[in-house]
Design a protein around this ligand. Structure first.
Ligand code: SF4
Length: 435
């Protein structure tokens, strides 16, 4: 494609009338990630019903989270918020002995303007446990942004002084300290840490760490990099409060994204990347069986978890055609490298840059789906079965949040997820025709 034909992204915004999970759902993966934590969601029965249903069988495994269910007396201020929360937190401390209690604010605590931050400062002194307050409510945020609010609040608890934290690795290499932020399962943390070590990059710490007691120290001038596109508030907090320097890179999703992510860190630290190009090529080769199936297939993202742009970029590189990328919210500064990479990928593959629709309108999207007849729709559970019944292939978007999708080795799992529904319906049709 000649430079005069290069395309750029245009953004549209709709009504925000779309389905997504409430951000308090982040409790489900964060309590497992931070092993010595306890999460207290301060809300109503609505929040409780949601958590109970969304978490499925996990609720039978004595999870380290609970609801502080607000009653009439709390809402009309007849009960004292401080006394009520003190009673609950002392009980949690006695029964579960956590190292930290997270308070998750909800729509109701926002509307009645409960001063959670103010109460937490007094209460943590009296009960002798740190309290982290995150306003992961459905009024302001969507699904994965819940994690962003928690990590932004948690970053304020990171120690400033590395000398006092003997568990925090001090880089012996010739590069300044690097802290990676974003909650990933330990296996994936180790995979990415090992990938970076191959290029002499030493990760000084991860936010969050698997134990609250091991939170990384972050000092002025340290470098930070994110692993997920929904962490813009955390990035801003780390830059403003800790004076850390953000490395802008596409996210390590897909072999293309992972290569760029590593490359950006190496370029920042002036380190060479021998063999990185080949490593990416080798991974693409292992993906060929999937690429053969997905090539020239069309895909439509209704949008609910903020991973959409990175996934779409990877799918385009794998030969698919993306009609539309719906997304709840884009921080164009935090996602700038990913957006640029999407443009580059579309130009490289000579395909049209997809429409990006922020705050989509599900009803208008269904109209467009009928017009475009995509081969695959990435959507939430509300629309998946009705669309399947109309003959469309769908994939539940929530699976991308809970599957290992980061780094070179997990690229296969992402393509496996999306080829499954296409093949299933293909075989159904074939066997139907034979019968
Ligand atoms: S959207 Fe608000 S009321 Fe509903 S579950 Fe989430 S926090 Fe609770």
């Amino acid at each position: 494609m000649s430079t005069s034909n290069l395309q750029t992204i245009t953004f549209e915004c709709e009504t925000g009338n779309y389905h997504t999970f409430c951000p308090i759902s982040c409790v489900s993966w964060l309590y497992q990630k931070i092993e010595d934590s306890f999460f207290l969601v301060i809300g109503t029965k609505t929040c409780g019903y949601f958590l109970q249903n969304a978490m499925g069988v996990m609720i039978f495994a004595e999870p380290r989270y609970a609801m502080a269910e607000l009653e009439e007396g709390d809402i009309s201020a007849q009960l004292n918020d401080y006394t009520e929360l003190e009673r609950l937190c002392l009980q949690i401390k006695k029964d579960r002995q956590p190292s930290v209690i997270f308070w998750i604010g909800t729509c109701t605590t926002e509307i009645i303007k409960m001063d959670l931050e103010g109460i937490a400062v007094q209460l943590e002194l009296s009960i002798g446990l740190p309290i982290v307050v995150a306003r992961a409510n459905g009024l302001d945020y969507a699904f994965t942004q819940g994690e962003d609010t928690v990590l932004a609040a948690l970053s304020n608890k990171c120690p400033n002084n590395r000398q006092n934290k003997n568990h925090n690795i001090i880089s012996k290499n010739n590069h300044p300290p690097l802290i990676v932020f974003g909650s990933l399962p330990e296996l994936v943390v180790n995979q990415l840490t090992n990938e970076l070590e191959k290029y002499n990059i030493l990760v000084s710490g991860w936010l969050p760490s698997s134990k609250y007691m091991n939170l990384p120290a972050i000092q002025e001038g340290d470098y930070i990099i994110g692993v997920n596109p929904f962490l813009s508030k955390t990035a801003t907090t780390l830059m403003r409060r800790k004076k850390a320097k953000l490395i802008q890179a596409p996210f390590p999703i897909g072999p293309d994204g992972t290569k760029k992510w590593i490359e950006k860190i190496c370029v920042t630290f002036n380190l060479p990347t021998p063999g990185l190009e080949n490593r990416e090529k080798e991974i693409w080769q292992t993906l060929n069986p999937y690429i053969d199936i997905l090539k020239n297939k069309t895909i439509f993202f209704m949008g609910d978890n903020l991973l959409e742009i990175s996934l779409a970029r990877f799918f385009i590189r794998a030969g698919m055609i993306v009609h539309e990328i719906g997304i709840p919210y884009i921080d164009k500064r935090f996602q700038s490298a990913e957006l640029l990479f999407l443009e580059e990928t579309c130009n490289y593959k000579e395909v049209i840059v997809p429409r990006i629709i922020e705050k989509p309108d599900n009803i208008s999207q269904i109209d467009r789906i009928y017009d475009l007849q995509p081969d695959l729709i990435i959507t939430g559970m509300a629309h998946a079965n009705p669309l399947e019944a109309k003959g469309f292939n769908t994939k539940w978007s929530v699976e991308f949040t809970f599957t290992h999708i980061h780094g070179f080795t997990n690229a296969k799992d992402i393509l496996h997820l999306i080829t499954k529904p296409i093949l299933r319906n293909f075989y159904k049709q074939v066997s139907g025709n034979i019968l």
